[in-house]
Design a protein around this ligand. Structure first.
Ligand code: ATP
Ligand code: MG
Length: 322
């Protein structure tokens, strides 16, 4: 991800010398136009955000919920307190390159803008805070990261933490082969998520994974929302291709063929391309055929689409959606 990267002088990787600044891959104040633009580039972002928003706002906007209760009932309803029992955890899962990371970031920005929250921050946990050598290292850094997060969340401040590629932090403790260190890390994560409830929605965690099947059941049950991401369907691939290929004058026949070629092909047992396959492989490879001597043709795109191999799936079979 190309958001402001943290500079780090520590190259020991997950080991003992990590400072607080190294706990986060990046942190930024929200709203942030760069984060918003991430969402604007995603096909289907607006629709997904609108589906997610109501759940998230109920969690995050406890002030708004209290005001709503006063406005319509002239009192704070008991159910407003029940809402506070929920855990501020959302899980994004699904296949590789389907927009989980980008959506997790962009959703926080959209939410903050919509609430008009004056002070909010987005943190992304560094991938270095895991797999440390020695018992308790992951736990130690998770503790430090959450302490830093909680410190930020003073009055009226909102903090969002993205735990990306979280399988290693949240993998089930129940397998014979799970390493003792990982088990300790999961216990710490569960405990921290429990602790966050006292912030009444001012701290929210979004956990992203493409291996939902390994996530510990205790983490799963705490999620207030589990959101599934898929490879693009025909309409989504068309939308992306039309957007990206605007101005090159592609014929409708070529577009139709391109949409078909980039999708799943049951007869050949081939899965479709991911969003990132389309954007970062198909399109650049087609441009490479034309650049620098001539325009891109429909045939260039078709030729690349026929050759390109979709990124192998991480999904064994489609999971049950909530
Ligand atoms: N809905 C989408 N619309 C357009 N482009 C998308 C979409 N989703 C993903 N992409 C493209 O794919 C790239 C990768 O997205 P992202 O990193 O968010 O995927 P991911 O699901 O987190 O993948 P991984 O499981 O590999 O971490 C994005 O930078 C973007 O170019
Ligand atoms: Mg990702």
């Amino acid at each position: 991800m190309d958001l402001r990267q943290k500079n780090s002088s520590d190259s020991s990787g997950g080991g003992g010398m990590m400072s607080t600044a190294d706990l986060f891959e990046f942190e930024t104040r929200l709203p942030d136009d760069h984060v918003r633009d991430l969402g604007n580039k995603l096909i289907g972002f607006k629709a997904r955000y609108e589906r997610l928003r109501d759940d998230l706002r109920l969690m995050v906007d406890s002030v708004g919920v209290a005001a709503w209760s006063q406005q319509f009932y002239q009192q704070t309803l008991p159910v407003c307190d029940t809402l506070k029992d929920r855990y501020p955890l959302v899980i994004f899962h699904g296949d590789v390159g389907t927009g989980k990371t980008a959506t997790a970031e962009a959703v926080t920005d959209a939410l903050v803008r919509e609430m008009g929250a004056p002070h909010a921050r987005l943190f992304k946990l560094s991938t270095r805070v895991r797999g440390g050598t020695g018992v308790g290292v992951t736990s130690f850094f998770l503790n430090k990261a959450f302490t830093a997060l909680m410190r930020e969340a003073g009055n009226d401040k909102y903090s969002f933490l993205v735990l990306d590629e979280a399988d290693s932090l949240a993998a089930t403790r129940n397998t014979l082969w799970s390493h003792h260190e990982d088990k300790v890390g999961v216990n710490t994560l569960i405990q921290k998520i429990d602790d966050l409830r006292r912030f009444e929605g001012r701290i929210m965690v979004i956990l992203c994974t493409n291996r939902i099947q390994v996530i510990d059941p205790a983490i799963m049950r705490r999620a207030l929302r589990i959101e599934y991401f898929e490879r693009p369907n025909d309409a989504e691939r068309r939308e992306l291709l039309e957007k990206e290929l605007a101005g090159i004058g592609l014929s409708e026949e070529h577009m139709k063929e391109l949409v078909a070629l980039t999708g799943p092909d049951e007869s050949r047992k081939r899965i479709g391309l991911t969003f990132s396959d389309l954007r970062t492989r198909l399109l650049p490879e087609a441009i490479a055929l034309a650049f620098p001597d001539r325009k891109i043709t429909g045939d260039d795109l078709i030729q690349v689409a026929k050759q390109i191999q979709p990124t192998p799936t991480m999904i064994a079979s489609r999971p049950q959606e909530q």
